[in-house]
Design a protein around this ligand. Structure first.
Ligand SMILES: Nc1ncnc2c1ncn2[C@@H]1O[C@H](COP(=O)(O)OP(=O)(O)OP(=O)(O)O)[C@@H](O)[C@H]1O
Length: 376
């Protein structure tokens, strides 16, 4: 399956500001790459440029080692010649064609022999569990069923690359989960290179082999879900990934000094410390290295509990959020003493970039993994 290489990609719409700014990114053969970022950060624009639905303003795109768009080379391969499967937010099924005809449409365009077309149609409908819907029209299907038909249509032609733009956004929570599992399974079975656009961090974290976190038209960090979570490259990534969000503590506060003590480091001026909520482990008794915190409230989230904790100091209280998967046995108002997991602490400089802390075990050895959120 082909990989995709984006080099210094820029997109400017009609003399406006660039909405994609110098993005370089390699999607390896067989990767499930998620482009993740807030609304308007340029994810869809990148996907549309890979698809050939938009032309680049600057930079180059290569698919399977072949340039398909290059401003400098004056080269542009149209969408239909790129060998891609596309599934966008709106499923765009033909309303006047049955499910089978919708899927067959792409196979006809590919001019496959009839026997081959029929065999593929049966196979892909079985895989996506829509064989029973073959003679229905899109208007007679649920959102999730339409979604599966759109995926089947894209997969039937055996595209080397599948481009998905928020394909699960119109589904309810249960269907989203089912479709996520289905996408994961399809990726494993077909080995297709997938680029998936989403603003939903859970979707990205649970599906992707690698994630490109974007903001303001630029890639902030590329890595596995655990790297993105456990070793965020900057404050934006640290704050964007994680729910409840990472606690960000400004230096110059008593709490920051206490945390610096735990890290065994002197804090650079104008730095900030990030502390992941699940790295705070409150206990009833004081002890060495524990930080005194007052429990303000416990908020159940269904399967987890967020604790609002206040750290008192002369500058006033600092609010921290802690996360636990065991029901906390304490009442609001109680004084607690928290141990902190050093790997949950992240240090950032004045420009927001991650800085390694002296005396800390290197992150690569023991990052706080995203997957640890699912353990008790
Ligand atoms: N055809 C267009 N003409 C002008 N500006 C556009 C066009 N398409 C997108 N934009 C602008 O480009 C920026 C990036 O849009 P894009 O759709 O790529 O973002 P996104 O990250 O996919 O956001 P969302 O998650 O909301 O879809 C936005 O500011 C958007 O308004």
């Amino acid at each position: 399956m082909p990989g995709i290489h984006l080099s210094q990609l820029t997109k400017r719409y009609a003399r406006g500001e660039a909405v994609v700014r110098g993005v370089s990114l390699t999607v390896e053969d067989g990767d499930f790459m998620c482009l993740l970022g807030p609304s308007g950060c340029g994810k869809t624009t990148i996907l549309r440029m890979i698809a050939g639905l938009e032309q680049v303003s600057g930079g180059e795109i290569a698919i399977g080692g072949r340039y398909v768009d290059s401003a400098a080379r004056g080269l542009f391969v149209p969408a239909e010649k790129r060998g891609l499967g596309l599934v966008f937010q709106s499923y765009a099924l033909w309303p006047h064609m049955t499910v089978a005809r919708n899927i067959d449409f792409g196979l006809r365009l590919a001019k496959l022999p009839t026997a081959e077309r029929e065999a593929r149609l049966v196979r892909v409908m079985e895989r996506l569990r829509i064989a029973g819907l073959a003679e229905r029209y899109p208007g007679q299907l649920s959102g999730g069923q339409q979604q599966r038909v759109a995926l089947a249509r894209a997969l039937a032609v055996n595209p080397g690359v599948l481009l998905l733009d928020e394909p699960l956004s119109n589904l309810d929570a249960t269907l989203r989960l089912q479709m996520r599992e289905e996408l994961s399974r399809l990726h494993r079975e077909f080995g297709t290179t997938i680029v998936f656009v989403t603003h939903d961090q859970w979707e990205a974290m649970t599906l992707a082999t690698r994630i490109a976190v974007m903001n303001g038209g630029e890639v902030q960090q590329v890595g596995s879900p655990d790297q993105i979570y456990g070793q965020p490259a900057n404050r934006f990534v640290a704050g964007f990934i994680g729910s409840p969000p990472i606690n960000m503590i400004a230096t110059g506060t008593a709490l920051a000094d206490a945390l610096a003590g735990l890290l065994g480091t002197a804090l650079p001026r104008a730095a900030a410390i990030g502390l992941r909520p699940e790295g705070i482990m409150p206990m009833a008794e004081p002890g060495p290295g524990r930080i005194a915190l007052d429990l303000r409230a416990v908020l159940p989230t269904g399967g987890g509990w967020i604790m609002e904790l206040l750290h008192a100091s002369v500058e006033g209280p600092t609010l921290l959020h802690a996360m636990t998967h065991q029901p906390p046995p304490w009442r609001a108002g109680q004084r607690l003493h928290a141990e902190l997991r050093p790997e949950a602490l992240h240090l950032f400089d004045a420009t927001g970039q991650r800085i390694p802390a002296d005396g800390q075990t290197p992150r690569a050895d023991r990052p706080l993994a995203f997957t640890s959120l699912f353990r008790n």
